[in-house]
Design a protein around this ligand. Structure first.
Ligand code: NAP
Length: 289
């Protein structure tokens, strides 16, 4: 760990609760590796204390911070500038101090895209099916839009939430490529899906034995399809082990977690983040090889 002294600069993560966060381990390992005079701390901030906490950060000279549940939307009116990515997603996960005030962005979009960008470029006719329409699905939609998917199909279980989800993208030009569906529509959607993303908690503790897709669903995917589970523990999830068995390309959520953190750190420190160190630290914390 970095030696804390009189010049040490503060970074951190705000949330409520926050005790489960892996971000301090990941960021402090990167800071130590680079020999920087920073420290990254967890801050448990109750929703009704958010504004006073951010004013305190301003006064204390905090250089930047991550934002997690339940503050990702509530922080937005407290910031001077919000980037287009974060406005499209409707949530901020990273805040930087600038000369003009706080700048909010959303590095989950970059984090989500990173493992897909390493593969061949998306062709003009590709369809993605996104399972779930909660917070993470919004970063996935923005990422798939940037990657060039022609059809972005979002599957949700509540008709009201599907309607609200669709409505919330109305001012964004991608609307003609976005559609919402019930789970009953999967047999029509899966045969043309070159990418399926799980953004539900199905498969995560305490639902490790569950999968959002049955083997029959997985068998409908075209050859070479990618199944991307945003869950990073357990690793692999039931969805990913069955997808792999049936010949699909399986991607887990660990790289998204690493890359969203690396993108945030680079914004704060203005230099390349040691991604390998951050990945290794997270794997160690999660007990992964
Ligand atoms: P969220 O906002 O609570 O959204 C969860 C979505 O899953 C909602 O649409 C919810 O539907 C749906 N859902 C929940 N249980 C379901 C079930 N039994 N059947 C069908 N749909 C169900 O959560 P989130 O923040 O988007 O996170 C979702 C997942 O992504 C979590 O597993 C999280 O760990 C993971 N994640 C990973 C990363 C990463 O860096 N790898 C980042 C963010 C999130 P209703 O709204 O109808 O309840």
């Amino acid at each position: 760990m970095t030696q804390i002294c009189g010049t040490t600069q503060l970074l951190g993560v705000i949330g409520h609760p926050i005790a489960h966060t892996l971000s301090p381990a990941m960021h402090n390992a990167a800071i130590a590796h680079l020999g920087l005079d920073y420290v990254y701390l967890p801050f448990a901030i109750a929703p009704e204390r958010l504004a006073v906490a951010i004013a305190g950060f301003e006064a204390m000279g905090v250089q930047g911070f991550n934002v997690t549940i339940p503050h990702k939307q509530a922080i937005m009116p407290l910031l001077t500038t919000v980037t287009a990515d974060a406005r499209a997603v409707g949530a901020v996960n990273t805040v930087c101090r600038t000369a003009d005030g706080w700048l909010g962005t959303n590095t989950d979009v970059l984090g989500f895209m990173a493992p897909l960008r390493e593969r061949s470029p998306v062709s003009a006719s590709e369809t993605v099916v996104i399972l779930g329409n909660g917070g993470a699905a919004r970063a996935v939609v923005a990422g798939c839009d940037q990657l060039g998917y022609r059809q972005i199909c979002v599957v949700g279980r509540s008709a009201d939430k599907r309607r609200e989800f669709m409505e919330s993208w109305r001012s964004v030009p991608l609307t003609s490529r976005l559609s919402v569906h019930s789970w009953d529509d999967l047999p029509q959607l899966l045969p043309s899906a070159t990418l399926v993303v799980n953004s539900t908690p199905l498969g995560m503790h305490p639902q490790e034995d569950r999968s959002p897709l049955s083997r029959t669903d997985l068998q409908q995917l075209p050859a070479g399809a990618i199944v991307y589970d945003l869950i990073y523990t357990p690793n692999p999830t039931r969805l990913l082990s069955e997808a792999r068995e049936l010949g699909a390309i399986a991607l887990d959520g660990l790289e998204m977690l690493v890359q969203q953190g690396a993108a945030a750190l680079e914004l704060w420190i203005g230099q390349r983040a040691p991604v390998d160190v951050m990945r290794r630290t997270l794997k160690d914390a999660l007990g992964l090889p």
